[in-house]
Design a protein around this ligand. Structure first.
Ligand SMILES: NC(=O)c1ccc[n+]([C@@H]2O[C@H](COP(=O)([O-])OP(=O)(O)OC[C@H]3O[C@@H](n4cnc5c(N)ncnc54)[C@H](O)[C@@H]3O)[C@@H](O)[C@H]2O)c1
Length: 541
């Protein structure tokens, strides 16, 4: 179903006029909630406030919106000024539509209000008083307006038609491919999944409140800069020729030395706290640039443009950013959320097959840990996945992002549920580290870790041998390796400094059936050893 479109904004920001035009363009019904409420009550809004009280008005407003969102024909709805102060209304809007904020400079609002002179709240004020009151009210209401998915300026410098065009451009992003990720602070950010989105990025950045005056910086790596030179040029063209900082490609450069080079680059160019960092790369660039954004001048906005399958389905969602330390992977890091994630399927065309597999490992992981139907989908569509058919890939990315968004929405800081995402990671990290991050990429190491974890579950009778076989059959079909040359003794030591070790308790995420995993503490070392060596020896149960 098409989404409803809601407009919010200060009085005289153009909600009704622009809303009406958009409704005409999209051939939808236009609704002004204040007008409907007044009609139903048979008196003006100010009379309702005066005679029945604000609580009565808010109740009527909530009832109206509850009914509107149920409607199966999508509408364009202009909201009253205080509608977003009701959290339950915000929830209804988020579940059923896109929330657009129109804004204008206070001076322009003041001039428009003075011209019409129909706003009771501004009655009797001179120019200066009106301007000050507008500024104060805008400040107070910012907390509500900032709930909008995107904002568009309704300036007097260009015609209303131009404002409508901008709104329509941005609606396209939300209509086609948006998933929301919620954060513990009650904020949220969108993930867009689609094709050829880079040439429209200027609109998106502006809608997210980032104009060229913010100054952009693009972070990438040497591999991506070469393979995706055209997309990089497009991104630069859309961001007033933003400077580009390149890390050396590969996990070995994910460290404080590389990060320090980024800080120096930024400081020498006088980048301020308003600079927006656009990361254009895989998980390595994303983690490093994200940590750079989290720490540069105590935090600057950043946006993820993932270029590997793994970074689209995993690393760019959820806000974990980090660099490695010689003592352990991702040991220096933070939780820091991007303003948006933009997955353009086009960039995957240059991705080497091994990197594709790395992402696929994380996708299969989601099936095992959370969603047996998704696992079944992967089994049933394995051929089309191997052929990298676009519609199948899009579905895989969407579903994976939905699962990850759901998990991190419940547990952003990994105090509980989020730990399930580490399935295969404890073993995988040890394999990566002990092969000096050279032999296996992260995703491939995770696939090996999943094989070990699955075998541990079988040995502990947590699931059946048949379930383990389903996982290994799928991994084998796609050509994931099944051998690794790392001694369990070394691995046992390495796993002792994993982040998932709490008060000397070693925690393992182990499957109990396809679609479900549990955290287990302190599995006996001999069981881990047996599972590890059995996988190395390709022993089938
Ligand atoms: N933050 C998280 O929640 C999280 C989750 C999972 C993984 N990670 C991290 O992600 C990293 C792995 O990420 P990755 O697998 O994306 O590896 P990566 O970033 O190293 O990219 C892999 C290689 O592919 C190249 N490449 C990237 N995009 C390309 C494209 N479109 N065309 C051609 N070449 C391209 C890169 O130059 C690089 O050489 C690890 O450091 C891991 O710890 C983080």
């Amino acid at each position: 179903m098409d989404k409803h479109i809601f407009f919010t904004g200060f009085m005289a920001s153009g909600k009704t006029r622009v809303g009406r035009r958009i409704a005409e363009r999209l051939q939808r019904e236009f609704i002004d909630t204040d007008v409907l409420i007044a009609e139903k009550a048979g008196k003006s809004i100010s009379d309702i406030f005066e005679q029945d009280g604000e609580a009565t008005f808010r109740k009527m407003e909530l009832e109206l919106i509850q009914n509107l969102v149920k409607s199966t024909s999508p509408k364009v709805i202009s909201l009253g000024g205080g509608a977003l102060s009701q959290e339950v209304i915000v929830k209804h809007i988020r579940n059923s539509g896109v929330l657009v904020r129109l804004w204008a400079k206070p001076e322009i609002l003041s001039e428009r209000i003075a011209r019409k002179n129909t706003r009771p709240l501004m009655a009797g004020l001179n120019n200066e008083e009106r301007l000050q009151k507008i500024k104060k009210m805008l400040e107070e209401r910012e907390v509500f307006y900032s709930k909008a998915d995107f904002s568009v300026e309704s300036s007097n410098d260009y015609p209303e038609e131009h404002v409508c065009e901008r709104v329509l451009h941005l609606l396209q992003f939300w209509k086609d491919h948006s998933i929301d990720v919620s954060t513990s602070s009650g904020e949220r950010y969108p993930i867009f999944i689609g094709k050829q989105m880079f040439h429209k990025i200027g609109h998106l950045l502006e809608g997210l409140g980032l104009t060229p005056s913010h100054q952009f910086l693009i972070c990438t790596d040497t591999g991506v800069a070469k393979a995706q030179a055209n997309s990089l040029t497009t991104l630069r063209n859309q961001t007033a020729q933003a400077p580009v900082f390149k890390f050396r490609a590969g996990e070995t450069s994910k460290n404080l030395t590389s990060l320090n080079q980024l800080y120096t680059f930024m400081l020498r160019r006088n980048f301020s706290r308003k600079t927006c960092l656009l990361q254009f790369g895989g998980g390595v660039v994303g983690d490093m640039a994200g940590f750079g954004a989290a720490t540069y001048q105590r935090g600057i906005p950043f946006i993820q443009f993932p270029t590997t399958l793994l970074s689209m389905v995993d690393s760019s969602v959820g806000g974990k950013v980090a660099v490695n330390h010689s003592e352990g992977k991702n040991m220096i890091g933070a939780f820091y959320q991007p303003k948006a994630v933009v997955c353009d399927l086009e960039v995957l065309k240059t991705l080497p097959h091994q990197e594709f597999l790395a992402g696929l490992a994380e996708i299969i992981k989601y099936g095992v840990i959370y969603d047996s139907d998704f696992f079944k989908y992967i089994e049933n569509n394995a051929d089309s996945i191997l052929k990298k058919e676009e519609s199948t890939l899009k579905y895989l990315i969407e579903q994976s992002c939905k699962i990850k968004a759901e998990v991190v929405g419940i547990d952003e800081k990994e105090t509980g549920l989020r730990a399930i995402l580490n399935y295969g990671h404890t073993f995988g990290h040890a394999i990566e580290k002990l092969t000096n991050y050279q032999t296996f990429s992260h995703g491939i190491a995770v696939s090996l870790g999943m094989r070990v974890a699955a075998r541990v579950s079988t040995l502990l009778n947590l699931w059946s041998k048949e379930e383990e076989e389903r996982q290994s059959k799928l991994l084998n079909f796609f050509g994931f390796p099944s051998h690794f040359d790392v001694s369990i003794k070394e691995a046992w030591k390495a796993m002792g400094v994993d982040k998932k070790v709490e008060k000397n308790n070693r925690n393992y995420i182990l499957p109990t059936k396809i679609g479900c995993v549990k955290k287990h503490a302190n599995v006996e070392e001999t069981i881990i050893q047996k599972a590890w060596e059995a996988i190395q020896a390709k022993e089938v149960l």
